[in-house]
Design a protein around this ligand. Structure first.
Ligand code: F6R
Length: 611
């Protein structure tokens, strides 16, 4: 949440920062701002709304100077207006800072500053911190020391970048809980919340760790150290993705591009891992925990949002293939209810970003209690990837659309392989393993067959774009798909939608059904197909409108549903992977028809780094 960019080098900083902010806008788009150190003044342009508004009204790219910082905000403290927009400055306007995170004890610090005679322009915790740094600078006369001293008193989370007219050849960054990446170019540095703002300048990066800071200088030298001033030696790494992975590539929206990428991203998730002839899978990142997996008494999966839905599918997969009890926990609840965990437990954290604050807190709690923690993460080098004992990357590439799509199917790809891996070590017969592996290998081609139907799905979407409520129903493996379909619709179209296990309908939600209620059924041929068919009849008997996701050639469903979207047959356990794609497209086309900003839905942001 919130995008941060800082630049120090020989080039004009402002255009680089503005371009970086555009790349990071998916992290927050309530307001945007830039500060350039120009001679002995700080020149600041900031404004409520998107980076495009800032460019149009303030033209920050025209501010001259080779050192500067920028920010795109997802509001925590204070309204998303011009005054609360970052960067913020200290009392005499000589130090500027951008910040991602929440300073939890900002009121205590503010009180101290108010008593010392300081005043504040904004309602933000960020201004409190930079004013505090300014006060310390007056006493200490050293910017780095002032930043370090201030951060010692701070409770909460931060990713910050600080610049000052006092030291125009230095830029300082520090993090705790909010990601920061330092890009190292030819005598230039670019610091950002993620690598997407860096890749067009350099591929050489250092991922800062928690409680670490970077101090970079115009002469090309830099140090990384703990906030406690102990030098650290982080390896310089290469950014793994290509520039075109973070561009729209001719699609109208990132979300649509990412939906269409799924045959490839899914394949990348099993390439080099799956061994269909042996009915098994090789997961190198798990070798250190293989013995624990063989004997574990239970597995706890923890995640948030879409990743939690993937976790629910994981529960079904693991219980079926590996016969091991699984619990799926919202990370935000898990942490605060003093969970019973011990050293025999395996905890799996699923996260696209690898930075979600609740998931991170949950794994720290689990580790503290002695559990072995496995990460299933997309973003390489992210905090969750680093803090887990072992892990499997999703390999879905950067996901820019705020609504998660390709990461979800990649999570299912990895979870299926994980269940197969654990299943085979716990007695799953090779023949069954082969069936699963072959079915998984065939998924990308089947995905293409669904994507070819986009026009038909769009027509259905147009017919229901004015609906005010939707119900999504599925059973067994398809229940989590119902939840995920409903979440996709509500987050990008703002239509109220609920997902339920289909049989639960008669215990309450059936009261909502009338001719104005579209009901999406995931009704593929499996062992509970007949029961779902009865549920459809119950909805039709009450004049509900039924959109069914059914298998190709299913005449029964065609006879009862108002609309059918056909998906190819696959192994029943893999149905969620295919069934989720038409639901992504349905939500996408409905949202577009309603004129919603699909890639930047209101109030949301990618990567929720605050609790
Ligand atoms: C929904 C969505 C969110 C995320 C959730 C967890 O489309 O994107 O619900 O799934 O915030 O994020 P990660 O997976 O990054 O931990």
């Amino acid at each position: 949440m919130c995008g941060i960019v800082g630049y120090l080098g020989p080039q004009q900083a402002a255009p680089i920062i503005v371009n970086g902010l555009k790349r990071l806008e998916y992290r927050g788009y309530d307001s945007a701002g830039v500060c350039i150190v120009a001679e002995d003044t700080l020149r600041i342009g900031k404004q409520a709304g998107k980076v495009a508004n800032l460019e149009r009204d303030v033209n920050p790219a025209a501010i001259p100077g080779t050192l500067g910082i920028g920010h795109t905000r997802w509001a925590t403290h204070g309204l998303p207006n011009d005054v609360n927009a970052h960067p913020h400055t200290n009392a005499d306007g000589t130090i500027a800072m951008v910040h991602n995170g929440i300073i939890e004890n900002y009121l205590t610090i503010k009180k101290k500053l108010l008593n010392a005679g300081y005043t504040f322009r904004s309602e933000t915790d960020t201004e409190v911190l930079v004013v505090f740094i300014g006060m310390l600078y007056q006493q200490l006369g050293d910017l780095e020391l002032a930043v370090r001293t201030a951060l010692h008193e701070v409770e909460g989370t931060f990713g910050i970048v600080v610049v000052s007219t006092h030291e125009p050849d230095t830029m300082i960054a520090a993090r705790r809980g909010s990601p920061l990446v330092l890009g190292i170019g030819q005598q230039e540095f670019i610091i950002a919340s993620d690598a997407s703002a860096i890749i067009s300048h350099t591929r050489q990066v250092i991922y800062l760790h928690d409680n670490e800071m970077a101090v970079v200088h115009r002469n090309g030298s830099f140090t990384t150290k703990t906030i406690g001033n102990e030098k650290t030696h982080n390896a310089i790494q290469e950014i793994e993705f290509e520039l075109d992975a973070i561009e729209k590539g001719g699609f109208e929206h990132f979300m649509l591009k990412e939906i269409y990428e799924q045959p490839n991203t899914f394949r990348d998730g099993f390439r080099g891992r799956l061994q269909p002839s042996e009915g098994n899978v090789r997961l190198g990142g798990l070798s250190s925990v293989a013995d624990k997996l063989r004997t574990a008494k239970r597995i706890i999966i923890t995640a948030c949002g879409t990743s939690w839905h993937a976790g629910l599918v994981g529960e079904y997969l693991l219980e079926q293939f590996a016969r091991i009890p699984v619990e799926v926990e919202y990370a935000s609840e898990f942490r605060y209810r003093n969970p019973i965990i011990d050293a025999d437990d395996i905890v799996i954290a699923i996260s696209q970003s690898g930075e979600t604050a609740d998931t991170l807190a949950a794994i720290r709690e689990a580790k503290m209690k002695g559990a072995t923690v496995i990460g299933m993460v997309n973003v390489v080098g992210s905090t969750i990837a680093r803090e887990t004992d072992a892990g499997v990357y999703l390999h879905a590439g950067p996901e820019i659309g705020v609504a998660s799509t390709k990461a979800f199917t990649s999570q299912l790809c990895v979870l299926t392989q994980f269940a197969l891996y654990v299943g085979r070590m716990r007695g799953l017969p090779a023949a069954e393993g082969r069936q699963i592996a072959e079915a998984l290998e065939a998924i990308p081609d089947r995905m293409h067959r669904i994507l070819e139907q986009a026009d038909g799905i769009r027509e259905i979407a147009l017919a229901y774009a004015n609906a005010t409520n939707f119900l999504y129903l599925g059973r067994g493996y398809n229940f989590p798909v119902a939840l995920e379909g409903a979440l996709k619709l509500k987050e990008i179209s703002y239509i109220h939608a609920e997902g339920y296990p289909a049989a639960e309908m008669k215990h309450g939600p059936i009261a909502l059904i009338d001719a104005n209620m579209p009901v999406v059924f995931i009704a593929t041929r499996d062992e509970i197909y007949d029961k779902v068919l009865s549920n459809i009849e119950e909805v039709r008997a009450r004049n509900g409108r039924v959109i069914a996701i059914a298998n190709e050639g299913d005449e029964h469903i065609a006879a009862v549903a108002n609309h059918v979207i056909a998906i190819p047959e696959t192994h029943p356990a893999l149905t969620p992977i295919l069934a989720s794609i038409p639901l992504q497209l349905l939500a996408y086309y409905i949202a577009v028809e309603r004129g919603c900003n699909v890639d930047m839905p209101r109030n949301l942001a990618k990567s929720v780094t605050v609790e």
